[in-house]
Design a protein around this ligand. Structure first.
Ligand code: SF4
Length: 240
């Protein structure tokens, strides 16, 4: 208030500056209020694995990203927890469209780091790893089951392969397996390509012999699939 005369002695201008100041303050209060609501919705999702107002949550966290990051830091919410919730939120929002997509237009991308160290398969420059179903890791079985369901299944060394395969095979929906960052980046890439994506985060990271919860992969993969076309080994993963 006392500083205003330093800038101007024009009463009208003073009024305008005051008004703008109040407006900015009001904006900050609203942003802080929404930020705290989002924060509590986020913590609720972490605790219960259930999302209240998921669209609002996703839009809000994206819009107020910097502010939300600060809040998470102040309250000690670790980055990996935030990313995990964002992946689950993304899946929740995409679930309906994914379920409605025909399996013939779905692809699943398995990272090649899931294979055994002694994997005898070779990398095909166009199609990724050509799994021989040798039994040394779980990929062979999972690939066979998912192909029986009707999926295009690719075992890939990285995102550049995924982009190429997407352009070539034109799926409408994809399931991506990977570490937190890979899944996050995969979701961003999928949105750019207009794909419905569902992510499954690996349970053990690294460069070799990583692990994933295949039950989770099958649960997602079987969304919207006609039970008659599901191999009997996978029927327990059908949604109830
Ligand atoms: S099952 Fe397939 S991916 Fe796994 S080790 Fe054997 S050939 Fe490699």
């Amino acid at each position: 208030m006392e500083l205003i005369p330093l800038f101007t002695s024009d009463p009208l201008l003073q009024q305008i500056i005051l008004f703008l100041g109040e407006l900015a303050l009001l904006f900050l209060i609203i942003v802080a209020f929404i930020g705290f609501i989002l924060f509590f919705l986020f913590v609720y999702a972490i605790k219960t694995d259930f999302f209240l107002f998921p669209e609002f949550l996703k839009a809000g966290v994206m819009f107020l990203e910097g502010f939300m990051r600060s809040l998470f830091k102040i309250f000690g919410v670790p980055d990996y927890e935030v990313l995990q919730v964002m992946v689950r939120l993304h899946n929740t929002l995409n679930k309906k469209r994914f379920t409605e997509t025909s399996v013939a237009r779905r692809a699943i991308f398995i990272p090649h780091c899931l294979r055994a160290i002694a994997c005898p398969a070779h990398l095909h420059p166009e199609e990724g790893l050509k799994c021989r179903s040798c039994g040394l890791c779980s990929i062979g079985y999972a690939k066979k089951m998912l192909q029986q369901v009707g999926y295009m299944v690719f075992i890939v060394p990285g995102s550049s392969f995924i982009k190429r395969l997407v352009q070539e095979h034109r799926p409408k929906a994809i399931v991506g397996i990977g570490c937190l960052l890979e899944v996050k980046e995969g979701n961003v890439m999928a949105e750019r390509y207009g794909l419905v994506s569902m992510g499954v985060v690996s349970t053990k990271d690294g460069c070799v012999e990583t692990e994933v919860d295949w039950d989770k992969v099958f649960e997602i993969a079987l969304l919207g699939i006609d039970p008659q076309s599901v191999p009997k080994e996978l029927r327990k993963f059908l949604p109830q």
